[in-house]
Design a protein around this ligand. Structure first.
Ligand code: GLU
Length: 467
C-alpha cells in the first residue's frame, strides 16, 4: 500500500511552500487509495514550539487535509532512534567518535587553508571505540567512500551524487540527541513510507538518507522533490511578497477551496484546466505531472480563484466560513437575514469573505450616519418620491423580491423618472451607502420594519438639512 507523509518542522509559521507539499502528498495517497501520515519533526528543541505545532494541525484541518495516522512527534520516539543507532554500531555501519571540538576545528582550518572541502577525516572510523560514560562522544554514520548514490526522482529525473562528497554524518550528538537526517530515515522506515514528496531544498539530504536506508538493508522510498515557490522578483517566496501563512489567508477571508485550487496549480497542471474541485484534484493528480521549474506566486490569481469559489460554492458552506469572520468583526448577525441569504445577496461583489462581512453590517445594525459621498443623494426634491414609496411599502403585505421590484417600478412610473433615480436615494436611506445588492433584495433582507424606519429617518434628515 502507498503511504505518504507530511513532515513539517514546527519552527514558525506554516507557509505556502510547505502546505503545497502537504497537499501533493495527501493527493497522491488519496489518488492511489493509500495512507497519509502527519509527522511533527520537533527534534530541534530550541526552535520548535507547541504553538507552531498547533498552527500546523489547525491549518491542515481548515484545508481538509485529513491524515490516516498521526500526528507522530519525533521527541516521543527517542527510544526508537537510540535503538536504531545501536543497531548500526553493532552491524558496523556506525561508530563512536571521540574527536574533540579543538581537533575538528583544527582539521577544518587546515582543509580550508588547502582549499579542500571541509570533511571529517575518519580518525575514529575504524577504531571500534566502546561507549565511555566519562567522555563525550558522538555517533557517526560510516558513509561509503566510493561510488555514487543514484536515484530516480519522480520530478527531477535521474540524480547522482558522489559518495566521497558525503561526510560521515553525525547521527547522535554528544548529549545523546539524534540528528535530523537520521530521524527522518528511522521514521520513514518505521512508518513504512513508500513515497516521499518534499521541497527541493532537501535534495542534498537525500543521498545521505538513502545510504542510511541501505545500511538498514532496505530500499529507500521513491522521492519527488518539488521545486520551490518564488516571488515575482525571482527570489524565494517570503512575507515580503505578501505571501502570508496559511491561517492568515483564513483570517483574510479566503476559502480553503480557493487556496487548495491555487496551490495545486502552482507547480502542477492538467491540460489548461484552472478550476479543480477536491474530487477532481484527487482523481487527476500524479507526481509525474509536477513541473520541474520553480513556480512564481501570483496573489492576483489567488484572489480570482477566491471570487470564483465565493460565487459558485454552495452558499451554506460559504456561510459556515463567513460566521467566524462576522464574530470577529463583532457584527450582530443573529439580528437580521440568515448568513446563507447574505452570501447569496453579496457573493457577486466580494473578493474575500472579510470584504463580504464588512459590507454586511447595515443588514444587522443601525448606522450612525450616511457616508459622505452618499449624502448628496438625499436632496429635498426626492422627499415626495420617498414619501410616496414609503406609503406603498407600508401597504405591501407580501415583502417579496417581485413585489418590492414592482413597487419601486410603480413609483418611477408615477413620477415619470428612471428607476435608478428612485433606487439610489432609497439605497442611501436604507444602507447609508451608495453600493448594495439590488434594492428590492436589499429591502427584503432588511425586513419591512427596519426598512421603513430607515426611510423615515432619511425623510427626517432631508427635512433637517434643507431647513
Ligand atoms: N522537516 C522537514 C521540513 O520541514 C521536512 C523533511 C522531509 O519531508 O523529509 O522541511
Amino acid at each position: 500500500m502507498i503511504r505518504t507523509r507530511f513532515a513539517p518542522s514546527p519552527t514558525g509559521n506554516l507557509h505556502l511552500g510547505s502546505i503545497r507539499t502537504a497537499l501533493y502528498s495527501w493527493l497522491y495517497a488519496r489518488n492511489r487509495g493509500g495512507e497519509f501520515i502527519l509527522r511533527i519533526e520537533d527534534t530541534d528543541q530550541e526552535r520548535s514550539t507547541q504553538e507552531a505545532t498547533q498552527l500546523i494541525i489547525d491549518s491542515m484541518k481548515w484545508l481538509g487535509l485529513d491524515c490516516d495516522a498521526g500526528p507522530f512527534y519525533q521527541t516521543k520516539r527517542l527510544e526508537s532512534y537510540r535503538k536504531a543507532a545501536e543497531q548500526l554500531i553493532t552491524e558496523g555501519s556506525a561508530y563512536r567518535c571521540y574527536c574533540s571540538k579543538e581537533r575538528l576545528t583544527e582539521l577544518r582550518e587546515k582543509q580550508l587553508a588547502n582549499k579542500e572541502k571541509p570533511k571529517y577525516d575518519g580518525h575514529c572510523r575504524d577504531k571500534n571505540l566502546l561507549a565511555d560514560k566519562n567522555q563525550p562522544f558522538v555517533i557517526r554514520f560510516k558513509n561509503n567512500q566510493e561510488g555514487t548514490v543514484d536515484f530516480e526522482d519522480q520530478v527531477m529525473g535521474p540524480l547522482s551524487f558522489q559518495n566521497n562528497e558525503l561526510d560521515d554524518l553525525i547521527i547522535v550528538r554528544t548529549d545523546g540527541f539524534p540528528t535530523y537526517n537520521f530521524c527522518v530515515v528511522v521514521d520513514d522506515l518505521d512508518m513504512k513510507i513508500t513515497h516521499v514528496i518534499r521541497g527541493a531544498d532537501h535534495i542534498n539530504n537525500t543521498p545521505r538518507q538513502i545510504n542510511i536506508f541501505r545500511a538498514f538493508k532496505t530500499e529507500p522510498p521513491i522521492y519527488s522533490h518539488v521545486p520551490l515557490i518564488l516571488g515575482n522578483d525571482g527570489k524565494l517566496l517570503s512575507k515580503r511578497h505578501g505571501a502570508a501563512s496559511v491561517l492568515q489567508y483564513k483570517e483574510e477571508g479566503f476559502l480553503p477551496e480557493a487556496l487548495l485550487n491555487y496551490l495545486i496549480r502552482l507547480g502542477w497542471s492538467h491540460k489548461d484546466q484552472e478550476i479543480f474541485s477536491r474530487d477532481e484534484m484527487i482523481k487527476l493528480f500524479d507526481v509525474k505531472d509536477i513541473n520541474k521549474a520553480a513556480a512564481a506566486f501570483d496573489p492576483e490569481k489567488l484572489r480570482w480563484l477566491n471570487r470564483h469559489y465565493i460565487k459558485t460554492l454552495d452558499p451554506k458552506i460559504v456561510a459556515t466560513y463567513l460566521e467566524p469572520l462576522m464574530q470577529k468583526l463583532q457584527i450582530n448577525y443573529q439580528d437580521g437575514p440568515s448568513l446563507e441569504e447574505l452570501v447569496v445577496a453579496l457573493r457577486e461583489r466580494a473578493e474575500t469573505l472579510v470584504e463580504m462581512a464588512t459590507k454586511s453590517r447595515y443588514f444587522y445594525e443601525e448606522f450612525e450616519q450616511y457616508q459622505e459621498e452618499a449624502k448628496q443623494h438625499l436632496k429635498p426634491e426626492i422627499a415626495p418620491i420617498t414619501q410616496a414609496l414609503k406609503q406603498k411599502l407600508e401597504n405591501l403585505s407580501d415583502w417579496t423580491d417581485e413585489n418590492l421590484h414592482q413597487t419601486i417600478e410603480d413609483i418611477a412610473k408615477q413620477f415619470d423618472i428612471k428607476l435608478g433615480k428612485v433606487a439610489q436615494p432609497i439605497r442611501v436611506a436604507v444602507t447609508g451607502t451608495t453600493v448594495s445588492p439590488p434594492l428590492n433584495v436589499t429591502l427584503r433582507l432588511l425586513g419591512k420594519q427596519r426598512a421603513l424606519k430607515r426611510i423615515d429617518a432619511a425623510l427626517g434628515y432631508i427635512k433637517q438639512s434643507s431647513s
